[in-house]
Design a protein around this ligand. Sequence first.
Ligand code: PNS
Length: 159
Amino acid sequence: MSIAVYPGSFDPVTLGHLDIIERSAKVFDKLVIAVLINSKKKPLFSTDEKVDMIRKCTKHLKNVEVTSFSGLLVDFAKEQNADVSVRGLRAITDFEYELQIAQTNRQLNRDLDTMFFTTSMEYSYVSSTIVKEIASYGGDVSSMVTPHVEECLRKKFAQ
Ligand code: PNS
């Protein structure tokens, strides 16, 4: 059985992430989406909120599981019996950072490979950071996130 993990901050999940999820779920028998619990960052959404948003938008994908993790990705991947880490590449600007993470993980665990999916063109400019920036000013993010995530953003910024 081929198992892959798709780690990330997902603050919040975007249509760009969902594109990567849907395409990679076709390639592996099981895809575990892993939300990083990062005490060093101050996220907009709690880990539970992030997991819940991802679960809602992936419920049509039967081989996808959503969970959270802390610590090293290589340890989490081992726990999950996953031998591939999935990441999305939007543009050349992502490449340096992604290459460093992939090579670090490979150094830490020879059995974990990273597989990159190039983001579909229509989402190549979308990031969680940009989505939060637009939503914080009441802008329209309907082309970047699902209607449910849009509603969660609206509620968060109304608080
Ligand atoms: O969505 P992001 O913030 O770009 O995801 C980064 C992530 C979660 C893939 C990366 O920070 C990570 O795997 N963190 C876990 C800690 C770890 O394993 N660090 C060593 C490799 S950088």
